[in-house]
Design a protein around this ligand. Sequence first.
Ligand code: IYR
Length: 221
Amino acid sequence: MSPYVTMPLVFEGVPEDQMQGRAEAFLARMRKRRTVRDYSQRPVPRELIEMAVRVAGTAPSGANQQPWTFVCISDPERKRLIREGAEEEERAFYAGRAGEEWLDALSHLGTDDNKPFLEKAPWLIAIFAQRWGYDAQGRKVKHYYVPESVGIATGFLIAALHDAGLATLTHTPAPMNFLNEICGRPDNEKALILLVVGYPADDCVVPAIGKKPLEEIASFL
Ligand code: IYR
């Protein structure tokens, strides 16, 4: 058991007359985020990636266990291996494993088993969930609300990268076990998401899709 130790909250509020404007500006910025599948090879400095991962690391998590590992990959050989592993899974997916209903749900996104962005984009971030951890004595420590925590941190990461002027793709080849070996991660970690990061290609197009309006995603009681 750890003791309950407190400190004063440093709460940086926003003046009331600026709150609505701030909220609107943030929405306008976030609305401009698009998932990008066609990348330029323009390099992205490592410092930008580091900063965004630091933002992800501020996310709330079950018991503050921070059960995530972000493996940031720019090494071309590793990217090649990841593409190879992902495309193998995707070939099986598109050739039948997905089933007709799933492929039908995806059809408007124009995706297929060819994943050139996994080599072209300057960075891949493999996001691992630590299903359990270890204490200082090497004993297993149970982790709580792991998918929720890692999902929230990934949302922070995507928002931070977008805000820094970078494009992302949330890629989830399934299963992703091949990532453990390529990324050198132990068995207690499970790859949840492979985030592709970079600049869009000059002639990049995206699916003509939109987001649901407030009335469809919220109710107020
Ligand atoms: N992982 C596959 C298929 C795919 C699945 C969903 I759900 C998407 O929103 C998009 C793609 C792929 O990346 O092609």
